[in-house]
Design a protein around this ligand. Structure first.
Ligand code: NAD
Length: 502
């Protein structure tokens, strides 16, 4: 696909592109070849304040929050249509900005994003509120939008993660201020423009690019923001909780990293498929995936390991990185030089701690000006090694061995993360037993990353405290109001009003 796509780096506030108030910008370079893409506004506290004021004004006016449901739904349908109309432009922008293959971008991030918006939109007039079963009065339990949502997003699925937040928050009638990652802001900025074209009123969706420690912190600290919806690293999530506790105590909803255990049992139904999917589980999106299957747990049996790993290695060839703008490319560049260095350091650190290199371990295309790393498999990894505990966020698979089912469960659960786990077995009892034992928000049996928009996504432990997608994805963007209308049965009402918890 062509690189001719023009990138807009300004903020999108109150229905138009605007420069940051300070005039400060930072340069964005493509990880594919190091070429300059555009300047991006380095927004600061003033810009965030301006965007939040606009969002508040739009929310209180009711222009979106009180829009008839069918109309709100049609606007989001129109947004999905516009995303599809601009799918090539968006896919190329995403690829240029963060290095992922354009074919996957088109299919998963952009078309997937349009599909997600439609799913959220379809729910708008199908989510009913509740009535209390108590007939002594009329108890209405109603859902209301929370108000102004501050969304802070990561760089690995910039458009798609923004869609999860924006789609569900807008569907519920909120106004949203998005601070995209400084490492990949371009498609999110474009989303602001497309939403406005679709009919999202001005001020309802504000896109404010900038650095995390400046613009992100200002959003996290703003006292007129009603909740923060964050996807990123757990270290940043702690900062956001701190900002909240120091300001208005807003809820901070967190989707953070993972260290997914992919457990293959000898009784797996189809070991060929398990090997193929195990390679995909870690090498898809160059391993820059929160739920990447970064720990492959195999039974401690030399013959089994040799046969299985040789299959995984063969399938890893499919994920060799090259020019992500080529429609045949399945893997592209890592997001930037610093991240490439980080991945290299993790691999070297693992080797220093006693792991062995089974395949990969080298930078690819060093003369391209971009940041490419081979699919890498490390064997002999033990649970105490840094690489077995920390998120690499790159194309590096750690192979670990277990003695029996109990040992596999212990190793799988033995990290601070709890986003996802996968199990390959043909034994139905084991499938249920091990799924129940997993301390993770998602469990995939005989597949990896199974499910669709109907399934909640989120983590246990340091992987997060919320769920995106499905009906659960709406909860953080709504308030519950309990309205009790007395029917004049005073004695009964008085007696029962205090019968529950105070
Ligand atoms: P990050 O935490 O560095 O940055 C995420 C966002 O937070 C960016 O927009 C950044 O500018 C902002 N930020 C950084 N410091 C900030 C601060 N002090 N105050 C306010 N905002 C700040 O994470 P990242 O490197 O962009 O993303 C990778 C991480 O995201 C990985 O850990 C990955 O697993 C996780 N992730 C999780 C999910 C999920 O759904 N659970 C999805 C995608 C990515």
């Amino acid at each position: 696909m062509s690189k001719s796509t023009k990138a807009e780096g300004r903020a999108f506030i109150n229905g138009q592109y605007v420069n940051s108030m300070s005039g400060e910008v930072f340069a964005s370079y493509s990880p594919i070849d190091g070429e300059f893409l555009t300047n991006i506004d380095a927004c600061n506290e003033q810009d965030i304040h301006h965007a939040v004021l606009g969002a508040r004004r739009s929310f209180e006016s009711g222009v979106w929050s009180a829009m008839p449901l069918q109309e709100r739904k049609n606007v989001l349908f129109k947004l999905a249509d516009l995303i599809i109309e601009h799918e090539e432009e968006l896919a190329v922008l995403e690829t240029l900005d963060m290095g992922k293959p354009v074919s996957l971008c088109l299919e998963s991030d952009i078309r997937g994003g349009a599909h997600a918006i439609r799913w959220f939109a379809e729910c708008i007039d199908k989510l009913y509120d509740h009535m209390s079963p108590n007939h002594q009065g009329i108890g209405m339990i109603t859902r209301e939008p929370i108000g102004v949502v501050g969304a802070i997003t990561p760089w690995n699925f910039p458009f798609y993660m923004a869609i999860w937040k924006v789609g569900s928050a807008l569907a519920m009638g909120n106004s949203v201020v998005v601070k995209p990652s400084e490492r990949a802001s371009l498609t999110t900025i474009k989303l602001g423009e497309l939403a406005h074209k679709a009919g999202v009123p001005e001020g309802v969706l504000q896109i404010v690019p900038g650095y995390g420690r400046v613009a992100g912190a200002a959003l996290g600290r703003h006292s007129d923001v009603d909740c923060i919806s964050f996807t990123g690293s757990h270290t940043t999530s702690r900062e956001l909780m701190k900002y909240s506790s120091e300001t208005n105590g807003k809820p901070v909803h967190i989707e953070a990293g993972g260290k997914t255990a992919n457990i293959v049992f000898k009784d797996a139904l189809n070991l060929e498929e398990a090997a193929q999917v195990s390679a995909q589980a870690i090498f898809y999106n160059m391993g820059e995936v929160c739920f990447a299957g970064s720990r492959l747990l195999l039974p401690d049996d030399e013959d089994f390991i040799e046969t299985f790993l040789s299959k995984v290695k063969n399938y890893s060839e499919y994920w060799q990185p090259y020019n992500p703008l080529d429609m045949q490319s399945m893997a592209g560049a890592l997001v930037d030089a610093a991240h490439l260095q980080r991945v290299e350091n993790f691999v070297q650190g693992a080797l220093d701690q006693g792991a062995q290199l089974f395949t990969g371990g080298k930078i690819k295309h060093p003369d391209s000006g971009g940041y490419y790393y081979e699919p890498t498999i490390l064997t002999g990894v033990t649970p105490d090694m840094t690489i077995a505990q920390e998120e690499v966020f790159g194309p590096v698979l750690s192979v670990m061995t277990y003695q029996d089912e109990e040992d596999a469960i212990r190793i799988a659960n033995g990290t601070d993360y709890g986003l996802a786990s996968a199990i390959w077995t043909g034994d139905l009892n084991r499938a249920h037993r091990v799924s129940r034992a997993m301390k993770s928000g998602n469990v995939w049996v005989n597949c990896f990353h199974g499910g669709d928009m109907t399934m909640p996504f989120g983590g246990y432990k340091q992987s997060g405290n919320t769920r995106d997608k499905a009906f659960t994805g709406f909860e953080k963007y709504t308030q519950i109001k309990s309205t009790w209308i007395a029917l004049g049965l005073r004695i009964l009402v008085n007696v029962n009003a205090h019968s529950g918890a105070s």
